[in-house]
Design a protein around this ligand. Structure first.
Ligand code: UD1
Ligand code: MG
Length: 455
């Protein structure tokens, strides 16, 4: 169900497309369905349907077939599921999930499906200290007899702490028959899905509750505060999973992963780091505090010092074994750094290859460059790679020493082992082994008298 408006988010974006751990809420729910090997996922859309449908269609394909049902107008959860009926097979079990409840564990739903046994109505329920707003599970002895919505509940029913999570599993053919019997004679004049419990009881079909105690698994997102709370819950869950694999997080409460992070052995991550997209950290990698790292592979033994920003976007970034990056470094798409490369503070590298042992330690720019082994690239030097219309490459062969504050106007090649004098503006390729200086000659005037101010 993803047709509701989400008024309390106070946002132009459909609620189910708000992001949790870097992915839409609805993507988490669909992922759960995929993990259960669902044959088909029917997404019920309504409010901002086009946008929600487009976002779902943009997700990578999986083994679960995707289908959509349009609910227009939105007349309640029962009415929502009615719209999906034509797409549900009579031989199947239907599992009803909410697009705004993202953290239900597949194991929990597996247990719910097992309880349904292909023939019964299984409800996921939970005890809540403050159950207000939720549908209450009404029991006669142990037997579930109804779900009563908060707004329709009596004083006595409102004291019930067992609530309905919004998640149920049941045979599709029973769902079809019961939905046909719904009406909207209730406090909200909505077609309540929850009314089918009474029909099950009337028809003698067992209604079973799978009662859990982990509130995060059924927590829905209705407001920015709840979204932020669930974000922390997700991050803690992810942090724990990494720590169980041996990753040493300085503080699991100050860790954010918005994508996938794969770590080797003995990885250490200091506080305040954010990982996005696909990131791989090899054995013994150390990440300093407050780094943002996206779409990058960092090989064994490399160190990323504090405040470094790495974003590979589509091209990716590669950092070689034993490299030292940062503090305050910036690696952009297509930065490919070999073993033992050093990139220091305020150095930006984009679409450039640096071979083993190359160093750019201070205040520099390397864009569209091929840098050989052991090159030393001086402080303040830049590749002028863009002529205003096109990008050009700079090739710096092995063992070149580029002094400080040089401008290398691409395209050009600096021959192996050459030296570029500090402050040079290089516009032509240089020969191997040569010293090249391209700047005004130094002139000194002995005993020079500075002008004095006139009275
Ligand atoms: C529902 C349950 C309630 C349960 C609670 C758990 C009903 C009648 N009540 O209440 O027992 O405790 O969830 O969170 O089912 N939606 C549609 N179309 C609609 C209405 C809703 O697609 O016409 C979607 C919403 O986008 C949302 C989900 O259904 O994803 C639940 O709707 P919501 O209005 O939040 O239900 P509650 O009133 O909270
Ligand atoms: Mg409601």
């Amino acid at each position: 169900m993803a047709a509701g408006k989400g008024t309390r988010m106070k946002s132009a974006r459909p609620k189910v497309l708000h992001r949790l751990g870097g992915r839409a809420l609805l993507a988490h729910v669909l992922d759960t369905a995929v993990q259960l090997s669902a044959r088909r996922a029917v997404v019920i859309v309504g409010h901002q349907a086009d946008q929600v449908q487009a976002a779902v269609q943009a997700l990578p394909p999986t083994g679960t077939e995707l289908a959509f049902a349009l609910q227009e107008p939105q007349l309640g959860t029962g009415h929502a599921v009615q719209q999906a009926l034509p797409q549900l097979g009579d031989d199947a079990i239907t599992l009803i999930l909410s697009g705004d409840v993202p953290l239900t564990r597949p194991e929990t739903l597996q247990a719910l499906l097992a309880l349904c046994q292909g023939s019964q109505l299984a409800l996921l329920t939970l005890d809540m200290a403050d159950p207000s707003g939720y549908g209450r599970i009404v029991r006669d002895g142990q037997t579930v007899t109804a779900i009563v919505e908060h707004k329709d509940a009596s004083e006595a029913q409102r004291r019930i702490t067992e609530i309905y999570s919004g998640i149920m599993a049941l045979p599709t053919r029973l769902l079809r028959a019961w939905l046909a019997r719904l009406d909207n004679k209730n406090a909200q004049q909505e077609y309540y899905l929850t009314d089918i419990v009474r029909f099950a009881v009337a028809d003698g079909v067992p209604v079973l509750a799978h009662r859990i105690n982990d509130a995060v698994q059924v927590a829905g997102v209705n407001s920015p505060l709840q979204l932020a709370e669930l974000e922390r819950a997700l991050q803690l869950r992810q942090a724990r999973a990494l720590m169980e694999q041996g990753v040493r997080l300085a503080d699991p409460a100050r860790f954010d992963m918005r994508g996938q992070l794969r770590c080797g052995a003995d990885v250490e991550i200091d506080v305040g780091c954010v990982f996005e997209g696909q990131v791989e950290l090899g054995d013994g990698v150390r990440i300093g505090a407050h780094c943002v790292i996206a779409n990058a592979r960092i090989a064994a033994g490399a160190t990323v010092q504090p405040m470094t920003h790495i974003d590979g976007e589509q091209l990716g970034v590669e950092v070689g074994a034993g490299a030292i990056i940062g503090p305050f470094a910036r690696l952009r798409p297509g930065a490919q750094l070999g073993e033992q490369v050093h990139i220091g503070n305020f150095v930006e590298v984009k679409n450039s290859t640096l071979a083993a042992g190359a160093k750019a330690n201070h205040l520099a720019y390397l864009g569209d460059a091929t840098v050989g082994e052991r090159v030393n690239y001086g402080a303040g030097s830049i590749t002028a790679n863009y002529d205003g219309a096109n990008k050009h490459r700079t090739v710096i062969e092995a063992d070149v020493h580029v002094g400080s504050n040089c401008v290398l106007v691409a395209p050009l090649t600096l021959g192996a082992g050459g030296t570029i004098g500090g402050g040079s503006t290089i516009t032509k390729s240089t020969a191997a082994g040569a010293l090249t200086v391209a700047r005004g000659k130094q002139v000194s005037v002995a005993g020079w008298q500075r002008p004095v101010k006139k009275k």
